[in-house]
Design a protein around this ligand. Structure first.
Ligand code: GLA
Length: 697
């Protein structure tokens, strides 16, 4: 809902539990008024009437109060927008009108006469959510020289004045993504970013801020998340008077540079913001609900249990071996069988083949169809792995088009994992990828594509192109366009985003993929920490998790029970990735039981409200999901010490006046007791885990 008051110069957007307010001064300065609990139009007018507080000399009255601070004029904060022509830098705005689109999007238009520049600020708050989606459009509306956009952030977020702020972030690296840390926000700027061409393993493009010691279920939390899969930057600034602003958008340093000729526009990605007074858990559930309703495609459907052969077979694959794995997978109750790397071109190691997306003639002499048919006959869907944005130098594609990769003339072409990055901003590269991938998806009954991206950008050059910097942004637009086109042409195919595990997880890629590969780290204990971070922002419905072998072959050699591995992976979209040909009959039977159980709890796990009951750092950790009358608790005990019973788990999200029946034991529990005193898990020893299913009576 959007209210416009105060002679049409004050606006209030309201969602289910929060409001967001803006005010335009008589001097056409757009001020931020409010972000927090619901307020009325009259409240917003009263706030606007207070005007800006006085400030000391050497400070600007506007700093910390503007909705979208730009470069130029009386401002010292980090500008969200920075523009120049050959002659003039900075902007000066005249308000040009407000418009409400579809009842939930406010568009505010400004112009800068000198540059001939148009700026539209978009704010959308849907009626069923508290997330505010913000983005900008910048247009060269004049006839003068080209404009250079040095920076065009999607939004600047302003927090209310409080004594202390704490910053939560999700940091990581390969095999250790999405780790949650919290620290005091001191004066100055904290910059989170990727300058690598993809979202990056190092930070999820998300921050959360709390001022008064929020806990998992109590207190005010502000969060912001960027919908962009290339390089990005989020700067959190604590200004001299304690005010906090968060500005973010695509690009980092000159990877954000763009040039606009007359008539051209740039639309930023969305930078979404959320206020919640339900603590970190309440904020997570609000983010999840919004993504399930408005971001993730076909989110109401359930994701199948998949098998992936990567950890089992690596590069050494054959049709016969994949058939053998598929038979075992089908007997276990797997619903989707995915052939990972090494089915194409000359891909017998990571040194060759990327770029040649046709089946390897020795490994699959009749193509993929016979295997896909057998997988279908076994009652499973069929999926494959691709990495379309890359080439090996040893590939037919690179031999034919060595100029199609990002490179600087006269400089070495840096390789990581023996591969180079294709320049997706080139139209000929886009056409070639479309042809190869559309052909591939038409050549065999393929239901699922795991889309990987296994190295960062380094030599971002484009010889012959007048303005090569645009490659950073245009690569991402080309990737999005390719995915959109493939999805439209092959609507039954589902896509997974992978980038060496979790290197490309963000709201942008999630709006065009069905799930993401959370991490190459499949150790079930480490995963609990990664999942705890991941679910701060994203829902279990997209969080792929595999049960692999013990000892863990990929990473650390840790031994773990099959039970622990399954319950860990059942917290998201369950998959299996072990070498099934080595599993004993007993293990296969046990695994079948877990897969069956997962299918029963899947609607609750994938679509329910998620409550993190205990963080993984302690001996006992647990997550609860609630959907309607059903609730599921997953609990893990790493190690029991001194014979002590693990503590009871206090459940959440239940009706204290109701009774809940355990579907496995028949025991009946009172809601008030579960909420206040908790439930014994019965866990003991090392690497124990359990699934508890309760239904309201
Ligand atoms: C990446 C992925 C893995 C696997 C390999 C294949 O590392 O994260 O899951 O697909 O590539 O080369």
């Amino acid at each position: 809902m959007i209210e416009s008051v105060g002679k049409g110069r004050t606006w209030v957007l309201s969602g289910t539990a929060s409001s967001y307010g803006l005010h335009l001064t008589d001097g056409d300065e757009l001020l931020h008024l409010h972000w927090g609990p619901r307020i009325s139009g009259a409240d917003a007018e009263a706030l606007a009437a207070q005007g800006l507080p006085p400030c000391w000399p050497f400070e600007s009255q506007l700093d910390g109060h503007e909705e979208y601070p730009v470069e130029g004029g009386p401002r010292f904060v980090r500008p969200a927008l920075s523009v120049r022509t050959d002659m003039v830098r900075g902007t000066q705005w005249t308000f040009a009108g407000a418009e409400v689109i579809d009842g939930d999007e406010l568009r505010l238009r400004f112009t800068d006469a000198l540059h001939g520049l148009g700026l539209t600020l978009h704010h959308r708050m849907r009626g069923d959510a508290d997330v505010i989606e913000r983005w900008v459009t910048v247009t060269h509306e004049g006839e003068g020289p080209d404009l250079e956009l040095l920076r065009a952030d999607a939004a600047t977020w302003t927090l209310p004045q409080r004594g202390h702020w704490r910053l939560s972030q999700l940091h990581g690296r390969w095999a250790a993504e999405s780790l949650l840390v919290r620290s005091e926000l001191t004066y100055g700027e904290k910059v989170l970013s990727s300058r690598r061409g993809h979202t990056g393993h190092q930070h999820l493009p998300w921050v959360a801020l709390d001022a008064e010691g929020a806990t998992e279920e109590h207190g005010e939390v502000y969060g912001c998340a960027l919908a962009w899969s290339g390089s990005w930057r989020i700067a959190v600034q604590r200004l001299p008077d304690g005010l906090v602003q968060i500005t973010g958008g695509a690009g980092y340093d000159d990877s954000g540079l763009l040039r606009l000729a007359p008539g051209q526009s740039y639309t930023s990605p969305v930078f979404a913001g959320l206020w919640s007074d339900g603590g970190f858990g309440g904020a997570s559930r609000a983010w999840h609900a919004w993504q399930l309703a408005h971001v993730i495609p076909d989110a109401a459907s359930e994701r199948p249990v998949l098998y992936n052969s990567w950890e089992a077979t690596g590069f050494d694959i054959s049709e016969e071996q994949q058939r053998a794995l598929a038979r075992r997978a089908a007997a276990m109750g797997i619903e989707l069988f995915v052939v990972d790397d090494a089915w194409f071109g000359q891909r017998t190691s990571d040194r060759a083949g990327l770029g040649d997306w046709t089946p390897n003639a020795e490994r699959f002499p009749q193509g993929l169809k016979p295997l896909a048919d057998e997988v279908h006959a076994l009652g499973m869907q069929f999926g494959i792995w691709v990495e379309p944005e890359m080439v090996n130098a040893d590939s037919d594609l690179y031999r034919a088009h060595p100029d199609w990769v990002q490179h600087h003339p006269g400089r070495a072409r840096t390789e990581f994992r023996n591969q180079l990055v294709l320049n997706l901003a080139r139209e000929d590269v886009q056409a070639c990828l479309w042809e190869q991938l559309d052909g591939l998806l038409s050549s065999a009954p393929i239901d699922y594509v795991k889309w990987d991206f296994n190295r960062c950008f380094t030599d971002v050059g484009w010889p012959g192109e007048e303005y090569p910097q645009k490659l950073w942004v245009e690569h991402v637009h080309a990737l999005y366009a390719l995915l959109d086109r493939l999805r439209a042409a092959h609507p039954t195919v589902a896509f997974e985003s992978c980038s060496g595990g979790g290197g490309r997880i963000d709201l942008g890629i999630l709006s065009r993929t069905d799930q993401v590969w959370t991490s190459d780290n499949t150790d079930p204990l480490d995963r609990l920490g990664i999942q705890q971070g991941f679910t701060q922002l994203h829902p279990a419905r997209v969080m792929a998790a595999w049960v692999t072998d013990s000892p863990n072959v990929q990473l650390n050699g840790r031994f773990s029970t099959l039970r622990f591995r399954f319950v860990s992976a059942m917290a998201g979209v369950l998959g299996v990735g072990g070498d099934l040909t080595e599993w004993s009959e007993g293990e296969l039977t046990e695994a079948r039981g877990w897969a069956e159980l997962y299918k029963k709890i899947r609607p609750v796990v994938q679509h329910g409200g998620l409550y993190r009951l205990r963080a993984p750092e302690g001996g006992l950790s647990a997550v609860q999901y609630v959907r309607g009358d059903e609730t599921v608790v997953l609990a893990w005990l790493q190690a029991q010490h001194y014979g002590e019973l693990p503590p009871r788990l206090r459940l959440r999200g239940l009706d204290p006046a109701a009774a809940y029946e355990c579907l496995d034991t028949g025991a009946v529990h009172r809601g008030s007791v579960l909420l206040h005193h908790g439930l014994h898990t019965g866990l003991k020893g090392d690497m124990d885990a359990t699934v508890i299913r309760l239904r309201r009576r």
